[in-house]
Design a protein around this ligand. Structure first.
Ligand SMILES: NC(=O)c1ccc[n+]([C@@H]2O[C@H](COP(=O)([O-])OP(=O)(O)OC[C@H]3O[C@@H](n4cnc5c(N)ncnc54)[C@H](O)[C@@H]3O)[C@@H](O)[C@H]2O)c1
Length: 404
């Protein structure tokens, strides 16, 4: 991209498609992205929020300072003042929107999972590979300072190679049978809790332990078999008034599986019906030289245990809590008050993700940028894992190898 074409008279224009739960996080993140690190080299303008629910689009645009709203996302394709677009709608809508935006030359940041089917995801990756613009997928949790710290501790040898890991993403948003039917509860087995929250878990596990070689022992369970139809439009996991009419839930409320990495093994579960866990992504990693834990429910700390080389005082050793601060990834450059113990959470990950995307669009070399966002090929790989786990569940837990 010729970034010299952008300036005060022609700023880089941003738009977000979808003003729901994660759409609002994207809208806020683009606003904050230029306030992290150093001043951003290219002027940025918040142009449009597109959502079929106009009042919601108006609310999000007003709250985060976007110039206009669109009720048809297609208006953004031909908009000359829009360069960068977040796609933050239901998974089955991603493909058409991304393909048309890419064809129009827009830079696209698409939400996870890439699509609702592996076939659509593969087609999207094909488009991304031949596009001239920046086309990426946001796996937001890689920006969590605690998870990034665990990865650093593995890779710099403090913990050393992963021996085994336990990971789970327990959510409670679907516990109640009165939670209305939405796009999240429709689709093939594997497109439920596994694709929704498990996609994050799959990415996070590989972030620590490297590529998955095989999955096995998979099981799915649908706990709430039917859900009432909503009487109004829904946002995220929010409640609305419901009808007496119900629709069957066709995908998984809970998924469990094991995975084999290069030299490590792991056990995992993803759930949307776990009472008491609103947003419980947790990874416990055991390595050659010690172990560490990061939990999204306490995002600004990690638990760390480093074994002593001689082992003589091992009886005094154990897990300790490390409060994250400016010495850890993203914290020092990411916040206005970058002091130890300031605390932070998931919304901040969207900001760091947006900043990394803008840096790539502006042509900042990779070595000087925050880590690039994942490619659509990474998104396809993530979908392959989901499909393999679904295959294993169908075949009574059979091991399914992952094509590398
Ligand atoms: N990275 C994360 O942490 C994270 C968190 C939540 C959701 N997500 C992902 O974000 C995406 C959206 O999830 P959500 O929870 O925000 O969904 P949501 O249901 O809250 O919002 C979706 C929005 O899309 C709008 N919409 C529907 N059809 C549309 C169309 N044709 N054009 C424009 N807008 C349309 C709806 O009116 C709604 O406001 C999903 O892919 C989901 O997996 C990611």
């Amino acid at each position: 991209m010729d970034t010299t074409s952008y300036g005060p008279d022609r700023p880089l224009g941003i738009a977000v498609i979808g003003a729901g739960m994660a759409g609002a996080a994207h809208a806020a993140a683009w606003r904050a992205a230029t306030t992290t690190r150093s001043p951003f080299s290219v002027p940025v303008k918040l142009v449009a929020i597109a959502d079929i629910a106009e009042p919601l689009a108006q609310q999000t645009a007003g709250r985060y300072g976007y110039e206009r709203v669109e009720t048809d996302w297609r208006a953004l394709k031909d908009a000359e003042d829009v360069d960068v677009v977040s796609v933050v709608v239901a998974n089955h809508l991603h493909r058409q929107i991304v393909e048309e935006l890419a064809a129009a030359g827009k830079h696209v940041l698409c939400e996870k999972p890439l699509s609702d089917t592996l076939e659509d995801a593969q087609a999207m990756a094909e488009v991304a590979r031949s596009a001239d613009s920046v086309i990426r997928i946001g796996f937001t949790f890689r920006r969590a300072p605690g998870l990034a710290t665990l990865r650093d501790l593995v890779q710099d040898g403090t913990l050393g190679p992963v021996v085994h890991l336990y990971g789970r993403y327990l959510a409670d948003y679907a516990c109640s049978p009165t939670v209305p039917m939405t796009w999240r509860f429709r689709g093939e087995p594997g497109s439920g809790a596994l694709a929704d929250v498990g996609s994050h878990l799959l990415y996070a596990a590989e972030f620590l332990a490297g590529p998955t070689q095989a999955v096995s022992g998979a099981r799915f369970r649908t706990v709430v078999k039917d859900r009432p139809l909503p009487l109004g439009s829904t946002v995220g996991h929010g409640r609305v008034e419901v009808s007496e009419e119900t629709e069957p839930v066709t995908n998984d409320d809970w998924a469990g599986w094991t995975a084999r990495f290069g030299e490590a093994d792991g056990i995992f579960e993803a759930s949307r019906v776990s009472a008491g866990h609103p947003n419980g992504l947790r990874l416990e990693v055991t390595c050659e030289h010690g172990a560490a834990v990061w939990d999204q429910e306490r995002p600004a700390e990690i638990q760390l245990m480093v074994r002593e080389p001689d082992g003589e005082s091992e009886h005094r050793n154990g897990f300790r809590t490390v409060i994250l601060g400016p010495g850890h990834p993203y914290v020092g450059e990411g916040f206005p008050m970058a002091a130890p113990g300031i605390g932070f959470g998931q919304n901040d990950g969207f900001v760091f993700q947006a900043r990394a995307f803008l840096e790539e669009v502006a042509g900042l070399p990779e070595a000087e940028s925050w880590p690039r966002n994942a490619t659509f090929d990474d998104g396809v790989h993530n979908m392959r894992l989901i499909a393999a786990i679904a295959q294993s569940a169908t075949d009574q837990g059979r091991e399914v190898t992952i094509a590398q």
